[in-house]
Design a protein around this ligand. Structure first.
Ligand code: HEC
Length: 445
């Protein structure tokens, strides 16, 4: 990870605080997307299995619709997945600079699994569509039946693989977040890092949240957002509403408990007052959104589901802020150290600025004047300083003006005058002082 470390630039304390806010934003983007992706995969795999057991095509359709809802725009995969994840990695690189742990390595591993996992989902989606088509074709053709079976097997395998890759990606990512917060784990091996109780509770919270969030998002997108989508089969609609809302609701009952476990397993040196406030807000909005989901099931009011979606999103934002406030507490020392490095550098560079640049008249003379001028002998190129500089004694300012902007003085002897030598004002001043002093010495004045 040395490569990443080279990207670090020392920044001041207000900048570090800004980075932490950016981190929360990137994290909200990435985690809400990846929890949806994961929840969708879990539910889709689950309904795919149900379909195989019961051979009820509604399960197959639901399995496909779930994946389709989430993969409508392929660019989301980059915009809300890969890009914010890379952002998170870069921000952690900056915030953890100078510490010795494998947080970044775990994050990069997670990124790799994330890419493979999402790619597999898109392939899975394609084969689900195919199985939907094959399912519609009612035929006794033995070849077709064989093909359908084969495709269903492929389906199952792909679903399982995307589930495995995303599980690995999420496990590594959440373990790395936990690792960043808990410095006691920094010297541990992979196993304790991935399977410490804190990492596991956070992972479980993430999984269950993913299922609830997927359920609510699915209902929101299909039945509430912009009037909902059109489904031909009302039988299927009530089947979906019933299945999804119930699974989301029962999963949401587990969330407050898991949330409490994530707090209990937080290391003591990471606890702070704000953390409890954020946790309380998370719990509050989870309960409200579960309540809305419940009333949606009872009254089937679509507006409830959109409210439920936004409250759940809010709950997750507070949850992430809670996690980040724990990280801020444990990383405070490191941040103060980073800020002081920046301050030191700042001081060094400002003291450099104040120091005037050394001007050496002799050097300038040798470099720029000697080609034409001598002190004692008048040349064809230019007058001798001893002759022309006397008039400037006590009148140095005028010589400075001449050097900066040579105007013709003695057009008879030197018709082409003196070309401008392009000195800076400070250099011209130093030259004038030096020439006059030299001339005075030469003439014994
Ligand atoms: C290309 C030749 C050339 C170079 C190089 C040159 N000068 Fe001159 N300098 C002249 C000539 C020609 C004059 C006379 C101009 C006139 O009398 O109009 C002159 C005149 C002067 C005078 C006297 C002006 C007066 O009031 O009589 C000073 C002072 C002077 N130069 C300073 C410098 C300094 C300092 C440099 C180097 C940074 C320099 N010159 C480089 C050609 C040169």
């Amino acid at each position: 990870m040395e490569l990443l470390d080279k990207l670090v630039i020392p920044v001041s304390e207000p900048h570090l605080n800004l980075l932490r806010i950016l981190l929360i934003l990137a994290m909200v983007l990435f985690l809400s997307y990846s929890s949806l992706l994961y929840g969708t995969t879990i539910l889709s795999v689950y309904y795919n299995r149900m379909f195989k057991k019961s051979n009820d095509s509604k399960f197959n359709l639901l399995s496909k619709d779930l994946i389709e809802t989430l993969t409508q725009a392929p660019t989301i995969w980059f915009g809300m997945g890969i890009a914010p994840l890379i952002g998170v990695i870069l921000l952690y690189t900056q915030l953890l600079h100078g510490t010795t742990n494998s947080v970044l390595a775990y994050m990069v591993v997670s990124l790799v699994f994330f890419c493979i996992g999402t790619a597999t989902i898109y392939i899975y989606k394609k084969s689900l569509i195919l199985s939907g088509v094959l399912n519609k074709v009612k035929s006794n053709d033995s070849k077709l039946i064989e093909y359908e079976e084969e495709n269903n097997n492929d389906n199952g395998a792909l679903a399982l693989w995307s589930f495995v890759f995303l599980t690995l990606s999420n496990l590594f990512f959440i373990a790395s977040l936990n690792l960043a917060t808990d410095s006691r784990l920094w010297d541990s091996g992979v196993f304790p890092i991935l399977f410490s109780s804190a990492a596991q509770f956070k992972f479980l919270f993430f999984v269950v949240f993913g299922i609830v969030f997927t359920g609510i998002t699915f209902l929101y997108v299909n039945f509430s957002f912009e009037g909902g989508k059109h489904f031909d089969d009302s039988n299927y609609v009530s089947f979906v509403k019933d299945r999804i809302s119930k699974i989301a609701l029962s999963a949401s009952y587990a969330l407050p408990f898991l949330l409490a476990m994530t707090i209990i397993s937080t290391p003591i040196n990471a606890l702070n007052g704000n953390l409890f406030i954020y946790a309380a807000l998370t719990c509050f909005f989870i309960v409200i959104s579960a309540q809305l989901l419940y009333s949606y099931i009872k009254e089937s009011k679509n507006s409830n589901i959109s409210l439920g979606f936004w409250f759940l999103f809010l709950a997750f934002t507070f949850y992430i802020t809670k996690e980040q406030s724990a990280f801020a507490t444990t990383s405070q020392n490191n941040l103060m150290r980073l800020a002081s490095i920046h301050e030191k550098l700042e001081l060094e560079s400002s003291s450099k600025e104040v120091k005037p640049v050394e001007i050496n008249p002799q050097e300038i003379f040798n470099a720029k004047c000697i080609a034409c001028h001598k002190f004692d002998i008048k040349q064809t190129t230019a007058p001798a300083y001893n002759d022309v500089a006397v008039k400037y004694i006590g009148n140095e300012g005028d010589m400075v003006k001449f050097i900066l902007n040579p105007v013709p003085k003695n057009a008879k002897d030197f018709p082409s005058g003196m070309p401008n030598q392009g000195l800076k004002p400070a250099e011209a001043k130093a030259m004038a002082t030096w020439i006059i002093a030299q001339v005075k010495k030469n003439k014994g004045l």
